[in-house]
Design a binder for this molecule. Structure first.
Ligand SMILES: Cc1cc2nc3c(=O)[nH]c(=O)nc-3n(C[C@H](O)[C@H](O)[C@H](O)COP(=O)(O)OP(=O)(O)OC[C@H]3O[C@@H](n4cnc5c(N)ncnc54)[C@H](O)[C@@H]3O)c2cc1C
Length: 600
């Protein structure tokens, strides 16, 4: 039986040895916590995942949601499983004690939810989107809106969505056409069609709180005319009880290659005169507010991708230890028994690649959680600002690197298992299908690359760009006089290459066609992402090296050596790829740009 759980040793290594999460208990917000309460939350998450979600994983995948014209039907096991997450306090563990949360640091929340996401990343979407929706209303809504909508979401009675995409407006939200008109009582009537809305309809909660982007009649064109509205599935009575159905209808469900744990819906607003909608904040500032949810969701997407990669890695690793096949080239004795496939160096190459991608990706996401926490709870104003700057800058990388390399890891999990990886008796083909969504939603990789190069790098006079370079340089300086000096040197050279490439490509925008200059933006994102992940691996390497110096017992020694080997793999086999990407970017390679649509 292949592994169904993530490596706990790896989770505690990342949490405590790389990111020093225990030190967070010194902050006033976490004064009631200790390593014991952190570990207990992680243990609870694992227990709920293995008890409630693992047994239904395949059933969820083979029984997609259906719509009979009136109601959405899911397999009955989903609701009790989600209720178990809510009852265990794991739906929003970072929220305040006052609103029913556990006030856990986000990095610990990530570890506590890690097994849940590893086993059921798509089903968990109902809960994580609800959390992000509530967080947005808490940040930008009125007190009345918080009391009305956030409280029941925190209690698990209501669920939430993020409704942006339309048939004619996916990546280009500037073209959205859903419209709203102001009524005399201050509410709005909203009309339009949204597609691909995750969790847009179901019977899992008493109500669904849609956060909808729309344009108030007469608003300016483009992104400057977009407002944000709360549009509930059911209106509420004066006393807060569920009232009549709002004018929001499910037009249909989408059938997907994966992600079957979560409904994907087409929603029609206002077919009968207009859905009642409540403005969040001020008119025309909706996209700015929505970024609160999108940025959180982007880290969530990266995390889901990383954990799906990790779980596939664990599964194929266990399989490779048990599956006997073939003999080493040097063994000419046909009478000798076949060896476990992990004995073949090429299988170890595929396992190492998965380990390097998956553990690198998850550590990157944990860094994102740490920064999201630091920007609110770090001791000094300066540290909070620094964390905000870094997180803002890194968000396109935290979203896209795990999303691109997670499915690549899952692809290799299939390959490790040969034909057995391709059939649905094992879950690795499902992991691949589930993970394949991640480079698409929450801003495609192409869109993230334009955000990075066009906006995040030059933003605030290169503040975020410079801040991340400084962080990486700090680790290089630390590693220079250690066993890892060789890797520090390689990362230093990569930073120089990155700086030269950045200066060169942004300099070219002054004299060349901007669409040509940015036509290799994905190569720039790839290069930056690989450098950041190499840095994350160097940080893991330093922690592993420190662990080895402390004369660990045998299992730990194996663990640390494995970490160092995966770091070495990343530096030897992956980091050199940046020179290929940087050449395309620096040369302003025009191959794609000059290819004419008619030439295809
Ligand atoms: C399963 C699933 C769940 C989803 N959940 C939600 C949800 O809950 N809420 C929600 O609002 N949306 C959701 N989405 C929508 C998702 O965010 C969009 O699919 C995504 O933003 C891409 O939009 P699109 O599908 O219209 O593709 P398009 O925007 O048409 O893009 C197609 C291709 O063109 C490229 N492209 C487009 N514009 C540019 C450009 N300017 N420069 C360079 N390349 C470009 C893209 O990178 C992509 O490769 C979901 C989608 C799916 C499939």
């Amino acid at each position: 039986m292949a592994a169904q759980a993530l490596s706990e040793r790896d989770l505690t290594f990342m949490l405590y040895e790389v990111f020093d999460a225990e030190s967070l208990t010194a902050r006033p917000r976490y004064a009631d916590h200790s390593r014991e309460t952190f570990d207990a939350a992680i243990e609870t998450g694992k227990a709920v995942a293995l008890k409630h979600f693992l047994p239904i994983r395949q059933k969820v995948d083979t029984n997609e949601p259906t719509f009979d014209g009136k109601k959405v039907h899911l397999i009955p096991e989903i609701k009790p499983a989600l209720d178990a997450v809510i009852e265990a306090g794991l739906a929003a563990p970072s929220s305040d004690f006052d609103s029913g949360g556990m006030q856990l640091p986000p990095i610990v929340t990530s570890a506590a939810q890690a097994h849940l996401f590893a086993v059921a990343s798509t089903t968990l979407g109902y809960i994580s989107l609800t959390d992000a929706n509530a967080n947005l209303i808490e940040a930008h809504g009125s007190k009345e809106q918080i009391d009305t909508w956030v409280r029941p979401m925190r209690e698990g009675r209501f669920m939430g969505t993020m409704a942006m995409t339309e048939p004619g407006a996916g990546s280009g939200l500037a073209d959205l056409t859903t419209s709203a008109t102001r009524e005399a009582d201050g509410s709005y009537r909203l009309t339009g069609n949204k597609i691909f809305i995750s969790g847009g309809d179901h019977e899992l909660s008493e109500n669904i709180v849609h956060l909808v982007l729309a344009r108030v009649k007469g608003a300016p064109k483009g992104v400057k005319g977009i407002s944000l509205f709360i549009v509930p599935k059911f209106l509420l009575n004066e006393d807060g009880s569920i009232g009549e159905r709002n004018d929001v209808a499910l037009a249909g469900l989408f059938h997907k290659m994966g992600g079957r744990g979560h409904t994907s819906t087409a929603l029609s607003f206002g077919e009968n005169g207009g859905a009642t909608a409540y403005l969040v904040g001020e008119e025309n500032k909706g996209l700015m507010y929505m970024f609160h949810m999108m940025n959180e969701a982007r880290i969530m997407v990266g995390t889901g991708a990383a954990l799906t990669a990790l779980t596939g890695y664990q599964y194929s690793l266990d399989y490779a230890r048990e599956r006997p096949q073939g003999r080493l080239l040097g063994n000419k004795d046909p009478e000798s028994p076949p060896i476990p496939i992990i004995e073949h160096a090429d299988v170890r190459r595929m396992l190492l690649t998965q380990k390097a991608y998956a553990e690198g990706a998850y550590a990157l996401c944990l860094l994102g959680c740490q920064l999201a926490d630091d920007e609110k709870t770090a001791e000094s104003e300066e540290a909070r600002t620094q964390a905000h700057t870094l997180l803002d800058f890194l968000t396109p990388i935290i979203k896209s690197w795990p999303s691109e390399y997670g499915p690549k890891a899952n692809n290799l999990a299939i390959q490790v298992m040969g034909g057995h990886g391709y059939i649905n008796e094992h879950p690795v083909e499902m992991f691949y299908r589930d993970n394949r969504l991640n480079p698409i939603h929450e801003g495609t990789t192409g869109i993230q690359s334009l955000d990075l190069l066009g906006r995040k790098v030059p933003m605030n006079n290169f503040a975020g760009y410079q801040a991340i370079l400084n962080e990486m340089q700090g680790t290089i300086d630390k590693a220079r006089d250690t066993e890892l000096s060789l890797f520090a040197g390689q990362l230093g050279a990569a930073l120089t290459e990155l700086q030269q490439t950045t200066t060169s490509v942004l300099g070219a925008t002054a004299e060349k066609n901007i669409d040509l200059v940015f036509s290799n933006s994905v190569s720039y994102l790839e290069m930056f992402g690989h450098i950041v992940v190499a840095w994350i691996w160097l940080r893991q390497g330093l922690a592993a090296d420190a662990g080895l110096q402390a004369n660990p017992h045998k299992d730990d020694e194996h663990f640390y050596r494995g970490k160092l080997q995966a770091m070495q793999y990343f530096f030897r086999s992956e980091l050199p790829k940046i020179y290929h990407w940087s050449k395309l970017v620096r040369d302003i390679d025009a191959t794609s740009f000059e290819m004419k649509p008619d030439w295809f």
